[in-house]
Design a protein around this ligand. Structure first.
Ligand code: CTP
Length: 417
């Protein structure tokens, strides 16, 4: 929990290097970040590679550096979508040094290299450490670009007054790596809004056995619950993920409990409920199970029909709501093919949870099984919040913002001041 974890432990830091002499300090910064427990990936502009060796940065970060956008000639196949991967992967982006050119690109929303494209594609905090000659820093164009970026929530560290590349003294010297680290640490601390919370997440579709090789199941992939678990861990929570899915979190420190049936999920959830501050019940739980699963494989017979007798499963959400401690907040989910809001509202009231997230699972914007979702979050206080069609990571982030309100903790702050 908060006091036990280093600020950079398990934090994913994208370091974007631009072309300036201060780039020679980046290897030291990367080394320091890794010493503090961060995972680091590096992206370079073309100009940066003239100042600092990509191979050194690869060795120090432990991963290949990103230097190019996917080549349109190979249909993006060869290089993949490296900038988008990095945009989503990182918890924080550091731009070191940030040249006047890159600040201008960021302000204008240009995306013509891997650094500017990644920075345009991310919703995570960006910390820039400008470095340039004093006249460039003081130029009205740079001033106005910085104002635009500040207004968008980009954070700045430095520049300091000191000796510049030209040999002159003046404002424009990049902040020292230790200052950059400290500024990044402050931003990350502000984002660890769930550091004193224990979060219990369920995900995936339950599998109710028919016989030893067959089951009743559904199309749930478990991705929404995984995104919630990873998002909560990113905000500093202690997370348990009770899941039927084979997907594994890419973030360390999440307890993963694999289950198959509704009964197993109920047992795993109830065992962890006494310590939970927040339960996110994203699993698609079967409402019925086969009353008496066959102990041996069923074989085709000449009978015209095979009849399975079904019995109701445990209502896990109902049990959670009945047994939770008064401070525990509970979020239910509903996957609906029609009248999403109406059915969601009925379930919110009927079940008595603090928030119910209703997803459409029909038509073009189905949340079931895919990488993206849309939802309406219905709160017990009468509010409703539309969450537009987006990646499940982004939808999870909005749900966690609302859950933080329920818990009474400050939402993950990314704005300056
Ligand atoms: N749920 C649960 N236990 C069950 C069934 C559902 O905990 N046996 C939870 C789901 O994880 C979800 C919420 O209840 O958070 C709503 O699930 P849903 O299947 O939409 O609701 P039902 O009450 O089963 O309604 P329906 O008749 O639409 O299936």
């Amino acid at each position: 929990m908060a006091g036990e974890r280093g600020t950079f432990e398990d934090v994913r830091v994208a370091v974007h290097v631009c072309g300036g002499i201060a780039a020679v300090k980046v290897p030291g910064l990367v080394t320091e970040l890794r010493r503090e427990g961060a995972e680091v990936r590096v992206a370079l502009t073309e100009a940066a590679a003239a100042f600092v060796s990509p191979l050194s940065l690869q060795a120090l970060s432990g991963h290949p550096v990103r230097r190019h956008l996917p080549d349109p000639q190979d249909g993006g196949q060869g290089a993949g979508m490296a900038h988008l991967d990095l945009a989503d992967w990182a918890d924080i982006h550091l731009v070191v040094p940030a040249t006047a050119g890159t600040l201008a690109k960021m302000a204008a929303g240009l995306a013509d290299d891997v650094v500017s494209s990644t920075l345009l594609a991310t919703a995570e905090p960006i910390l820039v450490a400008p470095a340039m000659e004093t006249k460039m820093w003081a130029h009205p164009a740079t001033r106005s670009n910085c104002q635009v970026l500040l207004g968008r929530g980009v954070h700045f560290v430095g520049p300091a007054v000191g000796r510049l590349a030209s040999g002159k003294q003046g404002e424009g010297r990049m902040a020292e790596p230790q200052e950059i680290l400290a500024a990044a640490g402050v931003l990350l601390q502000a984002r660890l809004s769930l550091s004193s919370s224990r979060v219990l997440v369920t995900s995936g579709g339950t599998r109710e056995p028919i016989d030893p090789v067959r089951f009743l199941g559904n199309h749930s992939s478990g991705r929404m619950g995984l995104a919630l678990a990873e998002g909560a861990a990113q905000r500093g929570a202690t997370v348990s993920l009770v899941t039927t899915a084979a997907l594994s979190p890419s973030r360390a420190g999440i307890e993963v409990v694999r289950v198959e049936t509704a009964q197993e999920m109920l047992d795993a959830v109830l065992a962890r409920l006494p310590r939970a501050d927040l339960v996110l019940m994203a699993a698609a739980v079967a409402d019925y199970r086969v009353a008496s699963p066959s102990p041996v494989k069923l074989h085709r017979s000449d009978a015209p029909y095979l009849t399975l007798e079904l019995a109701p499963t445990a209502d896990i959400l109902g049990e959670i709501l009945a047994q939770r401690s008064p401070d525990c907040r509970v979020v239910g989910f509903a996957a609906e093919t029609e009248d999403v809001r109406g059915r969601g509202l009925a379930k919110l009231i009927d079940k008595g949870c603090d928030m119910l997230v209703a997803n459409p699972v029909a038509g073009d914007h189905s949340a079931m099984g895919g990488e993206r979702a849309e939802a309406v979050a219905l709160l017990a206080d009468g509010r409703s919040v539309e969450i537009p069609w987006a990646s499940k990571d982004q939808v999870a982030s909005r749900i966690l913002d609302l859950a933080e309100e329920l818990l009474g903790v400050a939402p993950g702050a990314t704005d300056p001041e």
